[in-house]
Design a protein around this ligand. Structure first.
Ligand code: 8YV
Length: 312
């Protein structure tokens, strides 16, 4: 009999095909499976889920046979790592393989904001260029100061890209970093005050919730641009919306939001914002590599081995 596993959100077809070959896959996102999932929960031995979705302790408690939670991503903020460890459940992520694509999306958001790309695209598509409508000048990234909040792998990759655009990099990190020559700032407020662009790359946790608050946005200032490729929860969205609407900062490029995909409607009308539906790691190449890691971690568990990228 094939072992039972729980799939919390869809993955690439080849990953799902491979899972279906080896396991009985119960799909949480398929409403029709709800009754059969309730019955199967005691037998579930592995969970595959997304970084932004995770799995709650309430669900974990209903799966006494669970041995591994394979996150298709690097964020662990939606899985209680200690709670899982106390139940002898390994939690795995997909480190390394998504770094470049997430950093690329951060740069794409920054350029989209500075050069008004969504606005230009709409103007051309709607035939307004041909009618002579004027288009605002953009701003150059060259020579701008970029502050990176959270200098992990993604933060460093963002910094390298920013340098290639002629930007001057500084950062703030919770622990000290020795392998970069960029200027280190003593606090998020100091970083924002010394930056034209604040790129938020920090991992979400209780300690970093709302770390980008009203004071940080005020320090970033009326010409400042915020880019968030981390998690919605690390930014105080009340403060961000009022900073955008009140001109406390100039603009924002955001890939992540609190409560996504049901984000606050005020974002739809906030000025000078470029919004993406959490697509940082969403390229074919990276999702293949992530999927392979998820498959390898689950397979290792069923082979009685330690899953290779266990984080708890
Ligand atoms: C994915 C992510 O979009 O790495 C993460 O933590 O949030 C993203 O890579 C997500 O895991 C897919 O659901």
């Amino acid at each position: 009999m094939k072992p039972d596993i729980l799939l919390v959100e869809p993955m690439m077809q080849f990953v799902e095909d491979q899972l279906d070959t080896v396991y009985t896959v119960h799909r949480v996102y398929d409403a029709a499976q709800k009754p059969s999932i309730e019955v199967a929960l005691p037998a579930i031995r592995a969970v595959a889920t997304g970084g932004g979705t995770g799995i709650s302790n309430e669900w974990i408690e209903k799966m006494p046979s669970l041995g591994v939670i394979a996150i298709n991503g690097v964020g662990t903020d939606k899985v209680d790592l200690t709670f899982a460890r106390n139940r002898n459940i390994d939690v795995t992520t997909t480190p390394g393989v998504l770094t470049d694509d997430v950093a690329d999306l951060g740069i794409a958001l920054l350029l989209a904001v500075l050069r008004h790309i969504p606005k230009g695209d709409r103007m051309v598509h709607e035939g307004r260029w041909a009618k002579g409508e004027a288009f605002p000048l953009g701003n150059s990234p060259k020579g701008k100061r970029v502050g990176i909040l959270g200098l992990g792998q993604i933060g460093k990759a963002f910094g390298k890209r920013a340098e290639a655009f002629g930007m001057d990099v500084r950062y703030w990190n919770r622990s000290s970093i020795t392998d970069v020559s960029w200027k280190s700032c003593v606090s998020p407020v100091e970083l924002a005050g010394d930056s034209d662009i604040l790129a938020v790359c920090i991992a979400a946790s209780a300690a970093t919730q709302n770390i980008v608050n009203a004071d940080v946005l005020k320090a970033l200032g009326p010409n400042g641009v915020l880019v968030n490729i981390a998690r919605g929860t690390v930014v105080d969205e009340d403060a961000l919306l009022s900073a955008l609407n009140g001109g406390t900062i100039a603009a924002a490029g955001l890939d992540v939001f609190v409560g996504e995909p049901q984000i606050r409607e005020e974002f739809f009308t906030a000025p000078n914002t470029v919004l993406m539906p959490h697509q940082g790691s969403a390229t074919v190449e990276t999702r293949v590599a992530m999927g392979e890691l998820v498959l390898a971690n689950i397979a290792a568990h069923f082979a009685g081995e330690k899953p290779p990228t266990t984080v708890n």
